[in-house]
Design a protein around this ligand. Structure first.
Ligand code: FAD
Length: 483
């Protein structure tokens, strides 16, 4: 058989792709630029953008890509903060945002959705029918269900309702070879064979392309109550998740802000959150459910807060709750004013180790003279540790990166994980190997090699250390969130 020279391979593959899909294939550089990067803002060099309008076209794309070993990177909204949707090794970007159908089966309390459907839109449509899809990443207004499933997205309400994985009943899609598969069924239970549905969830587009998602819905909640409380110290604040759980209360949200974050936001808004109280760790707690249950829980939480906090406010109305939420939202905006780069990590640790982790961050802040703020989903032990520094300053960057390595080592030593919701992508590749022992790592690699022997799906993610960036600046690692 005649061997095709490597430089001709991508030309031939592209010609075949055009023959198969025609107009849906875009190669104009101006059109490719917006899909060359994601929320990490490190650009790859894609050769083609394929806008998928019919799920069966995914099969045609993958068959050609697999034959010619062309990298294929799936893309929803491109809001990944880790470089997951970046076509880092070139090749083709598979834009699935056009497969955005939402069909709600009200009697069975299910939603059958295309991967391009936006999370917030599903929530709105479900709400109109008295139903509820709880996973709520802060990106819900634009991020897609396909991206959420591929990253096993979390969000604020996970403490009571769980993560994306907890709502997925079945996934349809294509293997890297272009063969169709459906993992799981639209049933509440499934104990038939290996659970490959869960293998795809959180696999960051490295094992298959999702083209249809069946989700479980629940009944919409009736009302909610919001509390904002200031605590003397981290021990009192971070004790809340287990203390409330032991009282039989399951808040839908428990968000933590450390003393440093509160100090930063008070300077930003030029106002004290609680008049006369110096910056202290705070919690935003939300309860939801039937009004009669909520009334009793409100009394119990108020009694607990009277004992455990310095001061607290309660919001029963939507507008009052919004005011309390502003405090949580402003933390991030305030931090972004401090430097041109904000590195937002999403580590997760066991609930009872959170104080240890925050103490460790306090030590890092002192030792490295760095601006580091902690806030996030303490009900799940999923804390966002934010490093602020100026990227142009090599010394500041080096210091932030050294501190980041120390943080990740600490997280692993606390039996935690380097990512609780954003995934590994490119940004966490320098740390991920330390998370696993040899047997675990080799098993993951064996799965990847079995399902995708030519390594065409999202190459460079999870397993390879992010070398190009290392070349630019040794050991620099990122979850960069530019202003
Ligand atoms: C302001 C902001 C707030 C955020 N808040 C949160 C938060 O609270 N919680 C949270 O978990 N995340 C959060 N994120 C991160 C991001 O929104 C999530 O990771 C989200 O799940 C990505 O969805 P997407 O549609 O943008 O996917 P993309 O960024 O396009 O892709 C993400 C990954 O999924 C893969 N993928 C996409 N579609 C498919 C498919 N159909 N089949 C197979 N693989 C696919 C991609 O290849 C990539 O690896 C936030 C991001 C931003 C910018």
């Amino acid at each position: 058989m005649k061997t095709i020279p490597p430089e001709r391979v991508s030309v031939i593959a592209l010609r075949m792709l055009r023959e198969a899909l025609g107009e849906s294939v875009e190669t104009d550089r101006d059109q490719l630029y917006p899909v060359a990067y994601d929320g990490l803002k490190i650009a790859g060099s894609p050769e083609a953008l394929i806008k998928i309008e019919r799920s069966e076209d995914v099969s045609a794309v993958l068959k050609i890509a697999n034959e010619y070993s062309i990298p294929v990177t799936c893309r929803g909204a491109g809001s990944s903060l880790t470089g997951g949707a970046t076509p880092f090794q070139g090749g083709w970007v598979l834009d699935l945002s056009g497969l955005n159908s939402i069909s709600i089966d009200q009697p069975n309390m299910l939603a059958i959705c295309g991967p391009g459907a936006v999370v917030g839109e599903l929530q709105e449509q479900a709400d109109q029918l008295g139903l509820f899809y709880p996973p709520d990443p802060s990106s819900k207004k634009f991020s897609t269900l396909g991206g959420n499933v591929a990253c096993n997205a979390g969000g604020l309400r996970c403490v009571k309702y769980g993560v994306t994985r907890d709502y997925v009943l079945s996934l349809s899609g294509y293997l890297p070879t272009g063969e169709f598969v459906k993992w799981g069924r639209a049933t509440r239970k499934f104990a038939t064979g290996y659970n490959l549905r869960d293998l795809w969830i959180g696999s960051e587009g490295t094992l298959g392309v999702i083209t249809e998602i069946t989700l479980r819905l629940i009944l919409a909640t009736e009302s909610r109550i919001t509390f904002l409380a200031a605590f003397e110290d981290d021990k009192s604040a971070l004790g809340a998740p287990l203390a409330l759980c032991k009282m039989g209360i399951r808040p839908s949200i428990i968000e933590y802000m450390d003393r440093w974050t509160i100090d930063c936001l008070q300077k930003y808004v030029e106002k004290e959150v609680f008049t006369g109280i110096a910056p202290r760790p705070m919690l935003l707690i939300e309860l939801d459910g039937a009004p009669e249950v909520l009334k009793k829980e409100q009394e119990m939480v108020s009694a607990w807060l009277r004992n455990s906090s310095i001061d607290f406010r309660t919001a029963l109305e939507e507008s009052e709750a919004e005011e309390l939420w502003e405090v949580r939202r402003q933390g991030s905006s305030a931090m972004k004013k401090l430097a041109n780069t904000k590195l937002n990590e999403d580590i997760v640790i066991p609930l009872n180790r959170q104080v240890e982790l925050v103490n460790f961050v306090n030590e890092l802040r002192e030792e490295f003279k760095l601006k580091i703020g902690v806030f996030g989903h303490c009900g799940d032990g999923n804390l966002h540790v934010n490093f602020m520094y100026n990227e142009e300053d090599p010394l500041e960057t080096d210091t932030a990166v050294t501190a980041l390595h120390r943080l990740m080592d600490k997280v692993i030593s606390l039996d935690g994980a380097i990512s609780g919701e954003h995934g590994v992508g490119l940004a966490k590749t320098p740390f991920v190997r330390n998370q696993f022992n040899d047997a675990e790592w080799n098993t993951m690699k064996a799965i990847k090699n079995t399902l995708d022997p030519k390594g065409i799906l999202n190459p460079g993610k999870i397993f390879d250390v992010f070398k190009p960036w290392d070349q630019k600046k040794e050991n620099v690692v990122l979850s960069w969130e530019h202003k």
